[in-house]
Design a protein around this ligand. Sequence first.
Ligand SMILES: [Zn+2]
Length: 287
Amino acid sequence: MLVSVKEMLQKARAGKYAVPQININNLEWTKSVLATAQELQSPVILGVSEGAGKYMTGFKTVAAMVKAMVEEMGITVPVALHLDHGTYEGCLKCIEAGFSSIMFDGSHYPIDENVEKTRELVKICAEKGLSLEAEVGSIGGEEDGVVGMGEFADPNECKMIADLGVDILAAGIGNIHGKYPANWPGLNFEVLAAVKEKVGDMPLVLHGGTGIPADMIKKAISLGVSKINVNTECQLSFAAATRKYIEEGKDLQGKGYDPRKLLAPGAEAIKETVKEKMELFGSVGKA
Ligand SMILES: [Zn+2]
């Protein structure tokens, strides 16, 4: 059974750790993430972008696959299936498909329209028992063709959106999607503290968790971040392990071309990355 993110994050905030949101792209990805969460007894949030949803033929396929895997793999830790950076239409589709949590990314709308659409989604999610994440201040980098400038969230706008009744808030604090450039100035903890001051107990999300130094992650958690999104790092480790397998010519030995063999090193590499994140975020043993 899939659960909403709300209770997971309330526990995380109280326990001073963060729950990882690991984005999934296919069956192997999902299997690796679920197996690692179960092994380490960590709650986990499976993130699905609109692009990844399309790639997997649609949100219904994703929801059916995840639900079946949780059952067939005997997963007992809390698992949430969460739409990442959803459009308004995408949110409605995921609610219908059986996701347990959604993020409405209204950051590119004028604030009035963001508020209006968020309000509608708050109502629907409350009725259906889903958790809702909202974003204030665009997050830098590129995700599914949406390019943000990495601005800092306005704490007053955060307060306005939080008061609409969302469950989780993503606020830009200098974090970006994808790989961080060498001259990245780091997270802005003054902005984070100012946002926290305004929104109180609302769980905060840190997007773009790939490559943020461990000490900054820990400080962010201590300042109220209780969900951290990781996507690129699994892609990099999957690609590196797959490259190694092919460069070593293993696909040419015996039945090394069998997809179950060809994709195995990448799947193991994802497990290793997820494990590192769960240890860093402090979610091990918190299921
Ligand atoms: Zn994001």
